[in-house]
Design a protein around this ligand. Structure first.
Ligand SMILES: Cc1cc2nc3c(=O)[nH]c(=O)nc-3n(C[C@H](O)[C@H](O)[C@H](O)COP(=O)(O)O)c2cc1C
Length: 200
């Protein structure tokens, strides 16, 4: 469990997501747990950015961010989101749709405390997605905090924490010859996943 954690996996599509992730890890793909996250604002405008998967379980996929960032504000208004993975070395894509809920304060706290001091400092001085006057001022602010803060001073900012994306649709895409790719779709029907195949 070096890059991310996996636990309590028994649901077929989530087991498969983890299997494809592990395959990318084995092939030493750079940042195999990087994924595109798409959110939508109140006017219907989508926005995408990369985030890192922190953990995966039957409950869903967890990533960490600033709740007051652009994505955090969008998720406040509309909790529906989509994730996308693609690894060049395996030539496989996974598309996931679902709903984001904040992780518990305890869970966010535990992860924040486990992070390197430099990351804790950056999360404290950076109000993600807010306009700044100067990059060098931000670096200086981080350096100053590093000099004066003891370990116990570096508490988790309330605006920093995790989201659990609870999936209801997961599609696996695998490159095949002559563009006759394989697509397998799992849709959640109340509590059971239904599996279908899609034409490429
Ligand atoms: C490979 C990669 C991984 C990233 N991981 C995260 C992450 O885990 N959490 C995060 O908040 N931002 C992460 N970022 C930065 C985001 O892509 C984005 O710039 C930031 O979250 C602000 O997005 P927003 O303005 O839409 O909220 C990552 C960027 C890259 C390129």
């Amino acid at each position: 469990m070096t890059l991310f954690e996996s636990s309590n996996l028994s649901q077929e599509p989530l087991v498969k997501v983890n299997k494809w992730l592990q395959e990318a890890v084995k092939l030493e793909v750079p940042l195999p747990h990087a994924m595109n996250l798409s959110t939508v604002d109140d006017s219907g405008q989508p926005s995408s950015r990369m985030v890192l998967l922190k953990s995966i379980s039957d409950k869903g996929i967890i990533f960490y961010t600033d709740y007051e960032s652009h994505k955090g504000q969008m998720l406040n208004i509309n909790s529906k989101a989509a994730l996308n993975f693609w690894w060049a070395k395996t030539d496989k894509q996974i598309r996931i749709q679902g709903v984001c809920v904040k992780t518990s304060k305890e869970e966010s706290e535990e992860y924040f405390q486990s992070r390197p001091r430099g990351s804790q400092i950056s999360a404290t001085v950076s109000f993600q997605s807010k306009e700044i006057k100067s990059y060098s001022d931000l670096v200086k602010e981080a350096e100053d905090l590093d000099k004066r803060a003891s370990e116990s001073d570096l508490g988790r900012p309330a605006r920093w924490g995790g989201y659990l994306l609870v999936p209801n649709r997961i599609e696996f895409w695998k490159n095949e010859s002559n563009r006759l790719h394989k697509r397998e779709l799992f849709t959640l029907e109340s509590i059971k996943w239904k599996k279908t195949l899609l034409s490429p």
